[in-house]
Design a protein around this ligand. Structure first.
Ligand SMILES: *Cc1c(COP(=O)(O)O)cnc(C)c1O
Length: 399
């Protein structure tokens, strides 16, 4: 039995069986590379599912986490702590928002957004305004409210009854939203670019159209930027591409550079509906995770990594388009910045498994789309190396 097989057998005996994990045990990382327990090296184009924006063991994050751990880890939100205040100020300075609620994950941030939207409507005396409109193919998390907001049967089956008051419309179909919006609509919740749904970028005018519909109807616009936020798409927040700011935005994934943190940002007017006692999270915004997030965000901003994500995204797109021209199985290549999908005419798992064997980590977004979400610090050379491995894997799968 190899060391990997030994660990896998132990995992099989004690972990909840919730993940179709690849047969590899990762132990260590540096930059855009990770190593498994056998010492094999991998180029990491998953980055913890768009989490590790600065790659692995970035000195700024290591320094922030170790020094904060030696100072103060946790005290609860019964007290003020300086890293939480500094991070909220940073997020507000660089976005549409005026106030921030911290939690621990993307799902929790979306829960907070849904709760705030309903509370905001109640506070204005519009008791019938309870409905949240979400988009087919979207993904918002795995809690009961957010899995209900996730309009994909495969995530919901077996967990019924779902949360009442959530309504689905097709993604990127403004007319469908127009028909669905009414006096009962509390909010429209949408990813500016669908991530898990297959890296789907909406048509020009779609998000601006949603903004106008919300302004006209009194519904709130909520952008789930859990995957698209913090520079990934070549703007700090994806909504900037379309000049359509939301009323509420949720963040998680890359915000902490690898530590678990979520955030819900809102305008002053909307945020006032959260008052003491209305919502809370024990760990939310604790000193450890907010110190890591400050280090992540300031490094991304100071080193120009947002613009760099746009440029390197262009390089990745070129490489993938060259590959597309060589392989009939590739149907489309699409995305923004360093969030790119390659759609195949078949399931991508065998391609991902071959890439893993050749030393490249890649993930899927849906059954037939390969997702490319490398750290924002990825180099041209690493992009070329990844493209070479993928090209060969596609060749082998076709043969
Ligand atoms: C990953 C993701 C979530 C869920 O985040 P968790 O931290 O896993 O709860 C929500 N929305 C989007 C768009 C995501 O990509």
């Amino acid at each position: 039995m190899t060391e990997t097989e030994g660990w896998m057998a132990r995992a099989g005996g004690c972990l909840a069986n919730t993940y179709a994990r690849f047969p590899v045990v990762l132990e260590r990382g540096e930059g855009c590379r990770v190593w498994d327990v056998e010492g094999k090296e991998y180029l990491d184009f998953v980055a913890g599912i768009a989490v590790c924006a600065l790659g692995h063991c970035h000195p700024a994050i290591v320094q922030a986490v170790t020094s904060q751990a030696a100072t103060l880890l946790h005290v609860s939100n019964l007290y003020h702590v300086t890293p939480q205040i500094r991070l909220a100020e940073l997020l507000c300075q660089h976005s549409f928002a005026d106030r921030v609620f911290f939690c621990n994950s993307g799902a929790e941030a979306n829960e907070a957004a849904i709760k705030l939207a309903r509370k905001y409507a109640k506070d204005r005396g519009t008791r019938e305004r309870v409905e949240i409109i979400t988009m087919e193919g979207g993904f918002h998390g795995r809690t009961m409210a957010t899995v209900t907001a996730t309009a994909q049967a495969k995530y919901q089956q077996g967990f019924e009854p779902l949360l009442p008051g959530i309504r689905y419309v097709p993604f990127d179909d403004l007319a469908a939203v127009e028909r669905a919006v009414g006096p009962e609509t509390a909010a429209i919740l949408v990813e500016p670019i669908q991530g898990e749904g297959g890296i789907r970028v909406p048509s020009a005018g779609y998000l601006q159209g949603l903004r106008k519909l919300c302004d006209a109807s009194g519904a709130l616009l909520i952008f789930d930027e859990v995957q698209t936020g913090i520079g990934r798409t070549g703007r700090l927040f994806a909504y900037e591409h379309w000049g359509a700011p939301p009323d509420i935005m949720t963040l998680a994934k890359a915000l902490g550079g690898g530590v678990p943190i979520g955030a819900m940002l809102a305008t002053e007017e909307v945020a006032t509906s959260f008052t003491p006692g209305t919502h809370a999270a024990t760990f939310g915004g604790n000193p450890l995770v907010t110190a890591a997030a400050i280090a992540t965000l300031t490094t991304i901003l100071e080193q120009g990594l947002v613009a760099r994500a746009g440029e390197m995204g262009g390089r990745v797109l070129e490489e993938l388009q060259t590959i597309q021209a060589r392989h009939a199985a590739v149907k489309a290549v699409r995305g923004k910045g360093l969030l790119i999908g390659m759609e195949l005419d078949r399931e991508v798992r065998p391609v991902l498994t071959r890439c893993l064997g050749a030393g490249l980590l890649l993930s899927n977004a849906g059954e037939k789309v390969i997702r490319f979400a490398p750290p924002l610090i990825v180099s041209e050379e690493e992009v070329r190396a990844a493209a070479g491995i993928l090209d060969k894997a596609l060749q082998e799968v076709a043969a």
